[in-house]
Design a protein. Structure first.
Length: 673
């Protein structure tokens, strides 16, 4: 039997329980957990030990475990208002508003004048109500107790849920004015700054978070992502190594989306996804009756869930696929977790499929919308990207759930059945790194919209800030995909190709300044780096054609950006790795019958780009082939890909109808892989 070591009582503790509490208050959480459990070995119903363990579990993002421990503590001592409040908060985080409300009202019965109890009750009442009404409920509660920091944090979080970032930021500021060391306010303040694209400010706050609370979940990863968005590569190697080591140790170090920008190992990516899902999106499928497939002779009903049914990269790829689905065999729905933007792309989506808005619905109501339409296959187009609705999938509202297109990797969750890919992005030997069963499409996993227009309005080099003469290397990937290793290759190319320039997406001002400084450190005049501002899609596609060669990033390749360049007729040189994200460029080029542009190391990548920059005949030949194949190559043959995807859906349903568990298969092979 393990006991708290009495030899340490001289630290000020007078008993094993007091010693455990002292460790807890000193933030020595691992030691406190051992000490609390030693207390429970002798006193299994100790309220303070159970409650302390519950709080430690919550700090570790083990929400279910924390709720169970606090519930056990309350069974031992039911008149503890603070414990009821803590349980109310965690039940709300677990998506159980009715339980949260009961806990808050018990706390209020014990302490009728308690501000925290009033706020907890308001937070629980908000759930399931229209967003504006819920916000009014919480605002009224907060204004009754304006000196309460937690209230401002809750109000800020409510504004965030309505995508009112500026209002949220002001609330978190008010909370920090009341309590400068409020952990959640500091964390939410940093995340909101990041959401407002104030990455330099966000990085400073994440640094403070890590300094004060070294165990703050995902702060390290958010710090790295914020620094990469502004191309601040100071101490980047050290920070990336810390992230990898922490994930290997099972710690909540980095959320999966930001990790893709620098993760080179698919096993690390899977472990990070599993940690993240365990922390925030545990499997809740037991809360609903099992979903049932439709009748055997009925059309297969497919629901696509996304927060980006608008002029955004995912829909730029997907829209024509939605238009082309075979309506004789399939019924297609778009469950929209975002907002319409009035764009032509949005109008096409609304004409093609029934759009069901779910952004204002709670998870249970959104699940009911899906169940009411008897969806057989529910496709997650976000994964960890954008306006995701992961908690909805955790309820398993459909019998078959698929991860596709929006996020290049595994979700690490048992409630996601399949991941659609191709043999380039996930070769068979890599299947082990994906929690989903991998469906291998035969040519390319990526759909494309052949209807996207390229503006015919003339655009000159001077119009976009390029010199009249000289070779133009370009990369329009987002700045968090730029790494110092690849940038070094690019600078070598500029030095080896006289008069050449690098044309990049320069929408983040701090990134432009940092890249200029990085160029100087490589002995390159910063004037040879040309930043590109945001342009509407049609004109953007037209200006890409001014470039001579697209240089891909690594380990996070170009996705929609790469397809844009190829659609505009600009060849791309890519470098492959082992992760899904680092193999997309190869997938695109292979599906365009241009495998000679695929490399597997930086030496070959630089050599090939240098050769193309100095061999105009070879480059012109590639551009001619690219133009000739654009209308027939698999990458842009959306009707052909639609057939493969529908075949995959049919196989998924057939397997489920036969009582078979999800298993990897290759479309067209007729058997499980």
């Amino acid at each position: 039997m393990t006991q708290a070591p009495t030899r340490h009582w001289s630290d000020g503790a007078t008993s094993p329980l007091a010693y455990a509490q002292m460790l807890h208050e000193s933030e020595r959480l691992a030691e406190a957990e051992v000490a609390y459990r030693a207390v429970l070995a002798d006193e299994p119903r100790s309220f303070l030990a159970l409650h302390g363990l519950g709080l430690i579990a919550l700090r570790q993002n083990k929400l279910e475990e924390g709720a169970q421990l606090i519930s056990a503590a309350l069974e031992s001592s039911p008149r503890q208002a603070d414990a009821h409040l803590n349980l109310s908060r965690v039940q709300l985080m677990l998506g159980k508003p009715d339980e949260a409300l009961r806990c808050a009202e018990r706390a209020l019965a014990l302490r009728p004048a308690d501000a925290a109890a009033h706020l907890a009750r308001a937070a629980a009442l908000m759930s399931g109500r229209p967003a504006a009404q819920a916000l009014d409920i919480l605002r009224a509660a907060v204004l009754k107790v304006p000196e309460h920091a937690d209230g401002w944090v809750d109000l800020g979080s409510a504004h965030l849920s309505m995508r009112q970032e500026e209002d949220a930021l002001e609330c978190f500021k008010r909370a920090l004015q009341i309590d400068a060391n409020h952990r959640q306010a500091t964390s939410q303040f940093a995340l909101t700054l990041m959401g407002l694209h104030r990455y330099e400010d966000a990085a400073l706050v994440f640094e403070r978070l890590r300094k004060i609370w070294p165990d703050c979940a995902f702060a390290l990863g958010h710090l790295v992502y914020s620094k990469m968005m502004i191309c601040d590569w100071l101490r980047l190697d050290e920070l990336r190594d810390q992230v990898a080591a922490a994930i290997e140790a099972g710690q909540a170090a980095a959320e999966p989306f930001g990790l893709q920008g620098y993760c080179t190992r698919p096993d690390t990516a899977r472990r990070a996804a599993e940690i993240y899902m365990s922390a925030f999106f545990p499997d809740r499928s037991a809360e609903l009756p099992p979903a049932q497939l439709g009748a055997a002779n009925a059309k297969i009903r497919v629901g696509y869930v996304s927060g980006e049914f608008r002029l955004q990269a995912t829909s730029i790829l997907l829209t024509e696929l939605l238009e082309l689905h075979d309506r004789e065999r399939f019924e297609i729905y778009a469950f929209d977790n975002g907002l319409p933007d009035g764009s032509e792309l949005r109008r096409r989506i609304e004409v093609a499929v029934e759009v069901v808005p779910i952004a204002e619905l709670d998870d249970a109501s959104a699940a009911q919308e899906i169940r009411s339409r008897h969806i057989d296959i529910l496709v997650n187009l976000n994964g960890f990207f954008g306006n995701a609705r992961t908690a909805l999938f955790s309820l398993r509202p459909a019998p078959i759930q698929v991860n596709y297109l929006g996020f290049p990797g595994t979700m690490g969750a048992g409630f996601m059945d399949y991941l659609m890919a191709d043999g380039w992005v996930i070769p068979p030997e890599h299947h082990v790194h994906y929690s989903e069963a991998v469906v291998t499409l035969p040519e390319s996993y990526q759909p494309n919209d052949r209807q996207r227009r390229i503006s015919a309005e003339p655009i000159t080099r001077r119009d976009v800030g390029l010199p009249d003469e000289g070779f133009v290397f370009c990369c329009f990937n987002n700045t968090y995909k730029l790494t110092p290793e690849v940038f070094a290759v690019w600078m070598n190319l500029l030095k080896r190709v006289p008069g050449s320039v690098l044309w990049f997406y320069g929408w983040v001002p701090e990134a432009v300044l940092n890249l200029a400084e990085a160029a100087r450190s490589h002995g390159v005049n910063p004037a040879r780096l040309v930043g590109a501002a945001y342009w509407p899609l049609e004109r953007h596609l037209a200006r890409i054609a001014l470039a001579d060669l697209f240089l891909d990033t690594w380990p996070y390749n170009a996705h929609t950006t790469g397809s844009d360049a190829l659609w505009a007729g600009v060849p791309m040189v890519t470098c492959t790795g082992d992760t899904f994200a680092s193999r997309v460029g190869a997938s695109l080029l292979s599906a365009l019958n241009l495998p000679e542009l695929i490399t597997s190391n930086f030496g070959d990548y630089e050599a090939l780009a240098h050769r193309l920059a100095n061999d105009p005949v070879m480059l012109a030949g590639l551009r001619e082939r690219l133009g000739a194949q654009r209308s027939s190559a698999p990458l842009f043959d959306t009707p052909r890909l639609r057939g493969f995807i529908e075949s995959a859906y049919t196989t998924m349903v057939a397997r489920a109808r036969a009582g078979q568990a999800p298993a990897a298969f290759a479309v067209g092979s007729g058997h499980a892989a």
